[in-house]
Design a protein around this ligand. Structure first.
Ligand code: CAA
Length: 257
């Protein structure tokens, strides 16, 4: 895969997407989002890939949507093109996605992080939704996903003031899964992604769906979805293998089906 604004790589069973637009702190323009969508489609369809890592650079994961590209847009254009709707493709990725975040994750960059499943932050990471400072508001899910991730009071604080959270506050708030020294970020992300990839692929995909249901539905509907999908896993070879391996005191060899 050859792209202009991202780099891709396969490490074992993990597909890596590295945002690469250093001159603009990885600001997400339309072309970059389309490239991310293309890479996710390839990794999503590859049976040898169990998990994707999405990362940026030391200074910035991504400093938001490209303000220069957006500055002259009119309302009719944004409406007719359904500006930012295409970003949903990241949230719709069915395989787990680990975000490895160093430096700024602001605006659309933070919203992309909120679309990922596990978030590993370097101690240098800074998160925020500063759109209010430039006359707009979060438009790629920030008001909804941040409120669900860290609660109303913190989400209001960030969205209304535009201030940034450091990695420690983001971890305390529940936005981040783990914080590690910046020098360990990529190794930690690979280790987490490998741990996920080593599991049954069908299993991790179903678990991702079930956890995401918690944000989409009532508790009773979510619990029913969980129980039915749990029961459905008994139709998989990997359930037989996983439980047999436990009983036989050996490591399971999952086949992803
Ligand atoms: N869009 C376009 N270019 C950007 C950018 C963005 N979001 N963020 C940074 N850049 C560019 C800068 O314009 C600058 O380019 P030039 O050298 O050509 O001038 C380059 O990246 C380096 O940036 P700075 O010189 O500003 O670096 P800094 O270290 O002084 O500041 C920063 C870093 C605090 C992140 C600052 O760049 C900043 O505030 N960026 C904008 C953050 C922001 O408002 N993000 C939200 C965007 S809107 C959005 O995302 C909507 C949505 O909901 C999807």
């Amino acid at each position: 895969m050859t792209f202009e604004f991202i780099r891709t790589e396969v490490r074992g069973r993990v597909g890596w997407i590295t945002l690469h637009r250093p001159e603009a702190l990885n600001a997400l323009n339309a072309a970059m989002v389309a490239e991310i969508a293309g890479a996710l489609a390839v990794f999503g369809a590859d049976p040898d890939i169990g998990c994707v890592v999405l990362t940026g650079a030391d200074r910035a994961f991504a400093a938001g949507a490209d303000i220069k590209e957006a500055a002259e847009r009119t309302y009719p254009e944004t409406f007719l093109e359904d500006f930012l709707a295409s970003w949903d493709v990241i949230a719709r990725m069915r395989k787990p996605v680990v975000a490895a975040v160093a430096g700024y994750a602001l605006g659309g960059g933070c919203e992309v992080v909120l679309m990922c499943d596990v978030v590993i932050a370097a101690d240098t990471a800074r998160f925020g939704l500063p759109e209010v400072k430039i006359g707009v508001m979060p438009g790629a899910g920030g008001t909804q996903r941040l409120a669900r991730a860290i609660g109303k009071a913190k989400a209001m604080d960030l969205c209304l003031t535009g201030r940034m959270m450091d990695a420690a506050e983001a971890e305390r708030s529940g936005l981040v899964s783990r914080v590690v020294p910046a020098s360990d970020l990529l190794a930690e992300a690979q280790a987490v992604a490998e741990a996920i990839s080593a599991k049954s692929r069908i299993n991790t995909m179903v678990i991702k769906e079930a956890v995401n249901r918690a944000f989409e539905t009532s508790l009773s509907e979510g619990l029913l979805f969980e129980r039915r999908t749990f029961q459905a896993l008994f139709a998989t070879l990997d359930q037989k293998e996983g439980m047999a391996a436990f009983v036989e005191k050996r490591q399971p060899e999952f086949r992803g089906r």
